[in-house]
Design a protein around this ligand. Structure first.
Ligand code: N01
Length: 540
């Protein structure tokens, strides 16, 4: 391919080949690969720096729940050898430092426009061009538009009556100010998902008092984070290529052993011993001890009950233990958090728990939060209330496709995609980790590399064959969306009111958004589509 032109500038008529939205894990890799293809590429990023979620989510205790060795790019053997692995689970600071390092090492920064949010995009079906609008009032034209906006990037900020009357500090975990200091303060935390569960123990260490406002109790597993033994890292790095290959073809993008037996076919004693071992070891592998934990209610209940027993053992006050114990959904069907001393935190004198099911928040007052039972006086309230997941950031851009169709109209009853990558009526628009892709059910960097590589191969095919337009077919999209739903229906996932199904956002249509068939299987399907000349897509 001819790469003699200046890729840092648009072509004739101010036309870019590729515009990418977002400079997190996806956008950075996309830029790197698109450049290799010789495409004039521009990335737009709302933040003042790279990093995506790892830029924004700086709350105390923010840490990744995938192990350091696997939560990274695999495309560069040199990069993976030189990057130091220090802790079992990488902290937010470490992940941000990694993405900054990658940006500079591959000289990506010069093609990224920071502090610029994409506010809209319109397809011109005659010229085969997307006109993309920024919040700074600029318009840019591009042949291909790629969304690399992440799955958990549009915060959900519930409105409570009286919020504006509150005279203390309001803090959102997803937009944590660098100078926030909760030392010696009376702090309320709303939300007990992964974010609340990571931040509450850290806040409790410095605050005068923490009041946790819990709507739904969560199962959480100990992370058992620790520094990595240098000899372990050295050995692992000699085998990195082979490990990466295993990750690529695994269901979850990680190289862990695959269980072979049902939880119900082993004697209880043996099962408990396996659970104990997984609990001690830490991480999410408790859910991977047997084949059927996420597909069979009785099997699931064996693990759920094991964790409930742990809660009762750890939490000294029986009433608090009971309130913290989940009973209304199977374990693992809401994304399982990994914690560092979450349940133990409720044994502290300076931590109390408010059960919002029994005593809901009525309103904020100038001094704090009033529940149906009492007024809690607070100096600061932390919102750890989650995200409009997977579709939120795409619908906020609300691209306008062929014949004036908007994405919001198209997805009014739920997202429809072909392979999670494209949607009919929106030609030359590619989504990285879109709805209908495995994304959040896997190790994200591994899934992202698969998506980006597939899109880049597709662009290479189009360029080589002089094809100006690619669009998902309506029939293929319908079949894929049905398949995504059908695969999910064979699991227990749809049984929880989770962000996976959109249940955390008022009015959001309910459907299980990620593809639960596994990354390895998804890769095979995508590869077959590419090898077969892109059946299901209209090329023209
Ligand atoms: O968000 P969540 P999150 N009144 O939606 C509650 C990833 N992540 O930011 O369960 C009162 O899980 C809500 O209650 P309920 C990871 O994939 C990863 O914690 O809806 N409460 C819930 O308790 C994760 O799953 C890492 O009843 C309200 C909480 O707020 C995803 O991000 C770290 C409320 C929201 O939990 C999202 O996690 C952090 C209201 N009006 C995040 N609205 C790691 O890598 C919501 N809630 C470790």
């Amino acid at each position: 391919m001819d790469v003699s032109h200046d890729q840092d500038r648009p072509g004739p008529g101010g036309l870019w080949d590729v515009v990418v939205i977002g400079a997190g894990f996806s956008g950075l890799y996309l830029l790197h690969r698109a450049r290799e293809l010789g495409l004039r590429t521009r990335v737009y990023e709302a933040a003042p720096d790279v990093g995506g979620v790892w830029y924004w989510n700086r709350y105390p205790g923010a840490r990744c729940d995938t192990e350091s060795m696997y939560y990274s790019y695999s495309f560069s053997p040199e990069l993976e050898q030189e990057w130091p692995l220090e802790e079992r689970y990488p902290s937010q600071e470490k992940n941000l430092a990694y993405l900054r390092h990658v940006t500079d090492r591959f000289d990506l920064r010069r093609d990224i426009v920071f502090e610029t949010r994409i506010s809209g995009a319109v397809w011109d079906d005659e010229e085969h061009v997307w006109t993309v609008r920024t919040d700074t009032g600029d318009e840019v034209r591009t042949r291909y538009l790629v969304t690399a906006v992440g799955c958990l990037s549009t915060p959900s900020k519930p409105r409570f009556e009286g919020l504006e009357e509150f005279t203390g500090e309001l803090l959102y975990t997803s937009e944590w100010p660098e100078d926030a200091d909760l030392t010696g303060k009376r702090v309320g935390v709303i939300g007990t998902g992964s974010t609340g569960i990571q931040s509450i123990p850290e806040i409790a260490r410095i605050a005068a008092h923490v009041t946790v406002f819990q709507r739904t109790p969560q199962y959480t597993l100990p992370a058992n984070n620790h520094r990595l033994d240098p000899d372990f890292v050295k050995d692992l790095k000699t085998r990195y290529r082979e490990i990466r290959e295993r990750c690529r073809h695994s269901a979850a993008g990680t190289p862990y052993p695959v269980p072979t037996r049902s939880a119900l076919e082993v004697p209880e004693e043996e099962r408990i011993a396996a659970f104990e071992q997984a609990w001690e070891r830490g991480g999410g592998r408790l859910l991977g001890t047997y084949t059927d934990i996420l597909v069979d209610e009785a099997a699931n209940e064996t693990v759920a009950e094991f964790v409930r027993r742990k809660i009762r053992e750890i939490v000294k006050d029986p009433r608090t233990a009971e309130l913290l114990t989940p009973t209304t959904y199977p374990i693992g069907t809401k994304r399982i958090p990994l914690d560092s001393g979450y349940y133990e935190t409720f044994n502290r004198e300076n931590v109390s728990l408010v059960d919002l099911r029994r005593t809901p928040i009525e309103r904020f007052t100038p001094r704090g939060i009033r529940t149906s039972e009492t007024e809690v006086e607070l100096d600061a309230v932390v919102f750890a209330t989650g995200f409009d997941a997977i579709t939120g950031s795409l619908l906020a851009i609300d691209p306008v496709g062929r014949d004036g169709l908007t994405l919001q109209e198209k997805w009014a009853k739920g997202p429809l995609t072909y392979l999670g990558i494209a949607t009919a009526g929106f030609p030359n628009l590619f989504m990285i980790t879109g709805p209908g892709s495995p994304s959040v059910l896997t190790n994200m960097p591994t899934a992202i590399e698969q998506h980006v590589d597939w899109v880049i191969d597709c662009l290479a095919h189009l360029e080589k064959n002089g094809i100006a337009v690619i669009e998902a077919g309506a029939r293929a999209e319908e079949r894929w969306t049905d398949h995504v739903g059908e695969v999910a229906s064979r699991t227990l996932y749809p049984m929880a009111a989770s962000w996976y199904v959109g249940a955390n956002i008022d009015g959001k249509p309910r459907s299980f958004m990620p593809y639960a068939g596994g990354l390895g299987r998804f890769r095979k399907i995508c590869d077959a589509v590419a090898a077969g000349g892109y059946p299901g897509f209209r090329l023209g």
